[in-house]
Design a protein around this ligand. Structure first.
Ligand code: PLP
Length: 384
């Protein structure tokens, strides 16, 4: 068996979900909203199943969806894409990431990764033969520094796998950091694979700045998005990958033998959804922001020190600043067993030099769920 996959242990996500079930806990570990998602988008999918095309769609994706993706990014991010040669539809962002890594990495190439990182990244980089070089980000601001980039980049750097906004840190990188990263990608002639699945889930009026829009990046960025996050339908697994034609052509070669296509009915519904008016997107953000504020206020009232949540479904607490001496893993185990709330220790997102004082909660839940979690958390910090 392949040692990279055979050597992977049970993830903390599975462990915490199992413990949540065993202890009948409120599960704020898993990152998905508990609402049903927009009804009109779901209706389009249902109609397409009944009356639409249910055989293999084109390998690159339905032309109507590729056009909708190009129009969407022109409208929201000012990125001009050729829908015929620069856009491909995948089965979720995860497949797009796998396609890009398999297509771009030669064994022995160095790949710059930023910790904390999404769990799929490292095994996929390794399986593609890439040699990981880590940049370790630190709370509370998780900023990029010239010093850290100097240490990670080299003449062997082929790919930079970057996630913005960043899960689990819940921050959107400022322009200054993106410009710095672009400068290094250009200098070292590296391709940036930029996972931007959280691009629409931004709070407090923030606007997403795609890395592909920075000087020198148009021809060297693979931009990745996910309908799952845009429409709060995480199970749909409809992703988009966008890159200059010479890069996309090779990424498509990987896609054709991994999944080849993605369900056409879901693609049709996503094509409709991407064309929705501004109000849908601002409404989705406003609702999530309300949940974030509600949960953050509750945690603060209980004495927890929260970290800024600028984007995504997540809010982190700092254990040390909350007066908790334990590390994140023992705290989460105690929390689920004794207080019936499941959360995720952020150290799980590091391969080395882990930050062990931050714990992630998913606030994209109904008011009752958040209220139940806050009630259960009441006994954790006994003050006074
Ligand atoms: C950073 C990041 N990348 C990728 C994904 C997966 O996206 P998809 O479900 O479209 O494969 C997630 C899901 O949480 C994520 O947080």
């Amino acid at each position: 068996m392949n040692s990279i996959f055979a050597g992977l242990s049970t993830t903390i996500f599975e462990t915490m979900s199992r413990l949540a079930r065993e202890h009948d806990a409120v599960n704020l570990g898993q990152g998905f909203p508990d609402g049903a998602g927009p009804e009109d988008v779901r209706q389009k999918a249902a109609d397409a199943v009944l009356t639409g095309w249910n055989q293999y769609p084109p390998m690159l994706g339905l032309p109507e969806l590729r056009r909708a993706v190009a129009e969407h990014y022109a409208r929201f991010q000012g990125v001009a894409l050729d829908p015929d040669n620069e856009v491909m539809i995948t089965s979720g962002a995860t497949e797009a990431i796998a396609d890009a890594l398999m297509a771009l990495i030669e064994p022995g190439d160095e790949v710059v990764l930023f910790q904390p990182m999404y769990d799929a990244y490292l095994p996929l980089v390794r399986r593609a033969g890439g040699v990981p070089r880590f940049v370790t980000l630190q709370p509370p601001h998780w900023r990029l520094t010239r010093e850290a980039l100097d240490a990670a980049f080299s003449s062997r750097t082929k790919v930079v796998l970057f996630n913005n906004p960043l899960n689990p840190a819940a921050v959107a990188f400022p322009d200054e950091d993106l410009a710095l990263l672009a400068e290094y990608c250009v200098h070292y002639n590296a391709i940036a694979v930029c996972d931007e699945v959280w691009e629409h889930v931004l709070f407090d009026g923030r606007k997403h700045r795609p890395l592909i829009g920075f000087p020198g990046m148009r021809e060297r960025t693979v931009k990745i998005g996910s309908a799952g996050k845009i429409f709060s339908l995480t199970g749909w697994k409809v992703g988009f990958v966008m890159a200059a034609a010479p890069i996309l052509k090779v990424v498509a070669k990987a896609h054709q033998f991994f999944t080849f296509t993605t369900p056409p009915n879901l693609q049709a519904a996503v094509a409709y959804g991407l064309g929705k008016e501004e109000g849908y997107f601002t409404g989705m953000r406003a609702e999530l922001q309300r949940s974030r504020d509600r949960f953050a206020a509750g945690l603060t009232e209980l004495g927890f020190a929260t970290l800024p949540s600028e984007a995504s479904y997540f809010l982190n607490i700092d254990l040390a600043a909350s007066g908790i001496g334990e590390d994140d893993v023992s705290f989460c185990r105690r929390l689920v067993a004794d207080h019936k709330v499941a959360a995720i220790p952020v150290s799980a997102f590091y391969a080395e030099d882990a930050v062990t004082s931050v714990v992630r909660f998913c606030f994209a839940k109904r008011d009752e769920t958040l209220a139940a979690a806050l009630t259960n958390l009441r006994g954790v910090l006994r003050r006074g």
